[in-house]
Design a protein around this ligand. Structure first.
Ligand SMILES: Nc1ncnc2c1ncn2[C@@H]1O[C@H](COP(=O)(O)OP(=O)(O)OP(=O)(O)O)[C@@H](O)[C@H]1O
Ligand SMILES: [Mg+2]
Length: 375
């Protein structure tokens, strides 16, 4: 293996589907992705994570144990990637580990703002023998920011066009957009649910973690009254900077909405609910895009939702006339963008460079993000 210095990015997002690990070589405004690895999260740990995401959860014992278990899993993801690519610690400048979010409570809500990502970076550093950068969100929040989204700075460097307005749409558990214009400050915020409701409802009624290609939902009928009701969620009216998570969009909220709907209108078949959730997800995204005060020339999708054909088809219909492609056409596979962004943020931290964009997060100023944990 060459002496090139790679950065490894580790990401496990709101969907909690698996850990994505990528090895990247950054060259000014270009990056070379050497390889990637998807690491499974065992069912028992997924259940612990789901427990920690419950809003009334207060078990410090489960929190502490899962922090260690996720640290071990992240190390294993890195070691699998490194051995597949024949990389040794000498080849690695640093690992950027986002961690698993178990609570995101940004400014603007009723509580004291905070955000918690777990997966102990000390364990990752010790077990991989590589420096680790972690805890990316809290420096931005200490400056009054949302701590999210953090990927727009990365999108800006690698995906901007000198004369076109480009929009990057990441459909993870939550969906977020980044708007890159040649003459304006970068805009970026969470639009609302991505896969989180679709996954949860599919798991409950079909017993599978996601609706493959959106096929199940595509066979259902959209309920316009439920759709209208869901679109009344107050987050959707909030102006940016804004960010969200499972705290606002979860199955309990959906159940509550369905109960209200049932009381007034009647029972809906699970498949029709899934069809409506697909439309709801697409509408919340396209409403944000259409509400921008200037036209967008090109849209590039990334995140697991890029594989949901029913969802992307609905987006295409809504955004009629707009060129809609995945980030593959920008040279990076849609499944690797988020993890690559945290590899890049690790690189920024190691070089003492800022990582946040105040125009996106609302922080008072830009700052270096994350702490460094040495082996
Ligand atoms: N073939 C497919 N059909 C439908 N949905 C898919 C398919 N493949 C992946 N997905 C969806 O993508 C999700 C995973 O996406 P991703 O890893 O980008 O989300 P995430 O981990 O929450 O990331 P983020 O950091 O953006 O929150 C799965 O949970 C699933 O909903
Ligand atoms: Mg994921």
């Amino acid at each position: 293996m060459s002496e090139s210095k790679y950065y490894i990015g580790l990401m496990s997002g709101t969907s909690m589907d698996s850990i994505d690990a990528v090895a990247i070589n950054f060259k000014k405004k270009r990056m070379e992705c050497l390889g990637s690895h998807k690491h499974e999260i065992p069912q028992n740990i997924k259940e612990q994570l789901a427990q920690l995401c419950q809003l009334n959860e207060s078990s410090i014992a489960v929190y502490g144990a899962t922090d260690v278990q996720m640290g071990i899993l992240f190390s294993e993801a890195v070691k699998s990637l490194m051995s597949a690519l024949q990389l040794t610690p000498e080849n690695i400048m640093a690992i950027g580990s986002h961690g698993q979010t178990i609570r995101h409570s940004p400014p603007g809500g009723p509580n004291i703002p905070f955000s918690i990502q777990i997966g102990d970076p000390n364990i990752i550093a010790t077990r991989t023998n590589c420096p680790v950068v972690a805890d990316f969100r809290r420096a931005d929040m200490a400056l009054g920011g949302q701590g999210a989204p953090l990927t727009p700075a990365f999108h800006q460097v690698f995906f901007s066009h000198p004369s076109l307005v480009r929009l990057i749409l990441n459909i993870g558990g939550i969906a977020n957009i980044t708007v890159l214009s040649p003459n304006r400050l970068c805009i970026g915020f969470d639009t609302g649910p991505g896969n989180v409701l679709l996954d949860g409802w599919c798991q409950r009624h079909r017993g599978t973690p996601f609706d493959e290609n959106g096929n199940w939902g595509a066979g259902g009928t959209i309920c316009e009254t439920l759709l209208h009701q869901l679109k009344g969620h107050p987050y959707l009216r909030q102006i940016s900077p804004k960010s969200t998570g499972r705290e606002l969009f979860n199955l309990e909220w959906l159940e509550q909405q369905l109960k209200e709907h049932q009381n007034h209108i009647g029972f809906l078949a699970p498949q029709d609910v899934q069809a409506t959730l697909c439309k709801f997800t697409a509408d919340t995204i396209t409403d944000c895009i259409k509400s921008l005060k200037f036209p967008v020339d090109e849209i590039f999708i990334c995140g697991g939702g890029a594989h949901n054909r029913a969802l992307t088809e609905t987006l295409r219909q809504h955004l009629y006339g707009l060129n809609l492609r995945t980030t593959e056409s920008l040279g990076i596979h849609p499944d690797h963008v988020e993890a690559a962004a945290f590899a890049w943020l690790a690189m920024r931290r190691i070089h003492g460079l800022s990582g946040n964009l105040p125009s996106v997060t609302g922080a008072r100023n830009s700052t270096t993000l994350g702490g460094v944990f040495l082996p």
